[in-house]
Design a protein around this ligand. Structure first.
Ligand code: ADP
Length: 253
C-alpha cells in the first residue's frame, strides 16, 4: 500500500449560486505525479488553490501529510511549494536576487548558482526575470517552488504556451523532481503531457471527478469497451517530426 499524502473528501466550492466543485473525493500518494485533467472551467484551479490554502472551501475535509487543512493551514504552507504565475515575480530583479528574496521569505539558505544549475539557468544568473523566454520563466518558477524543500509541489498548467522543446525540457525537470522524492500535483489540458508525466490522473468535468486511475488503465478500459481509433495510428506524430528536425537541445525557448 502506498502512503496517502493528500486526502480530499467531498470537497465543494460555490461562488454565489454557482457550484464550481461539486463534492469531489480523491487521494494523492506520496512520491507520485498526480494529474488533474479537465477542460477550462472544470474546477481544477479552484481545487488546487483550496488545497494550497489560498482559497476558502465551502465544505469538505482535506488532510495534507496528516495535517487537517481547517486546523493547521500554516503547517501545511511550510511543506508545500506553489508555482507562482509569471506576474508574481518582480520583473526588474535578476535571478540571483529573486532566489535570495524567496530564500529569505522561507528562512532558508541556498546557493543561488547551484540552484540555477539544477534548472539549467546558471548562464542567466544576472538576467532579469522579464528578459527570460517563456520556457525559461516556467523553469525558473518551478525552481522557486523547491526553495523551501517542500514535500509536495503544485504546478498549474506549467507548459501552456510553450514550444515543443521547452515543454520536453520542463517534463524532464518535473520527472527529475519526482525522482528526488517530491510529490507533484499538476493540472493540464494536454493529454500527451499527462500520459508522459502522470502516475495517476483524475479527470474533472463541470466540478465532478468522472474518472481516476493510471493513464494506462484508463486507456485499457476504453479499449475494452470496443473503442477503436477511426484511423490507423502511425508510429510517430507531427511533433516527433518537428523535434527530430529541430533537435531537443536547449535553445532560446
Ligand atoms: P479550471 O482551472 O478547471 O479552468 P477554475 O477552477 O478556474 O477551472 O474555475 C471553475 C469555475 O468556477 C469556472 O466556471 C469559473 O468561471 C468559476 N470561477 C472561478 N473562480 C471564480 C470566482 N472567484 N468567482 C466566481 N466564479 C469563479
Amino acid at each position: 500500500m502506498q502512503k496517502v499524502i493528500i486526502s480530499v473528501q467531498d470537497l465543494r466550492k460555490t461562488y454565489g449560486e454557482f457550484e464550481a466543485v461539486k463534492g469531489i473525493s480523491f487521494e494523492v500518494y506520496e512520491g507520485e505525479i498526480f494529474g488533474l485533467l479537465g477542460p477550462n472551467g472544470a474546477g481544477k484551479s479552484t481545487t488546487l488553490e483550496i488545497i494550497e490554502t489560498l482559497r476558502q472551501k465551502t465544505s469538505g475535509k482535506i488532510v495534507v501529510d496528516g495535517l487537517d487543512l481547517d486546523k493547521n493551514p500554516n503547517d501545511i504552507k511550510k511543506i508545500i511549494g506553489v508555482q507562482l504565475q509569471a506576474s508574481g515575480f518582480y520583473p526588474g530583479l535578476n535571478l540571483v536576487e529573486l532566489i535570495n528574496l524567496f530564500a529569505g521569505l522561507y528562512n532558508q539558505t541556498v546557493d543561488p548558482l547551484e540552484f540555477l544549475d539544477k534548472v539549467n539557468l546558471r548562464d542567466k544568473a544576472k538576467a532579469k526575470f522579464k528578459e527570460l523566454s517563456g520556457g525559461q520563466k516556467q523553469r525558473f518558477s518551478i525552481a522557486t517552488t523547491l526553495i523551501n524543500q517542500p514535500k509536495i509541489i503544485f504546478l498549474d498548467e506549467p507548459t501552456t504556451g510553450l514550444d515543443p522543446q521547452a515543454r520536453r525540457n520542463l517534463w524532464d525537470l518535473i520527472l527529475d523532481i519526482r525522482k528526488q522524492g517530491t510529490t507533484v500535483i499538476i493540472t493540464t489540458h494536454y493529454m500527451d503531457e499527462a500520459e508522459v508525466l502522470c502516475d495517476r490522473v483524475a479527470i474533472i468535468d463541470s466540478g465532478n471527478i468522472i474518472a481516476i486511475n493510471t493513464p494506462n488503465q484508463l486507456i485499457d478500459d476504453l479499449v475494452a469497451t470496443g473503442f477503436e481509433r477511426p484511423t490507423q495510428v502511425k508510429k510517430a506524430n507531427l511533433e516527433d517530426v518537428f523535434i527530430n528536425l529541430t533537435g531537443v537541445n536547449m535553445r532560446e525557448e
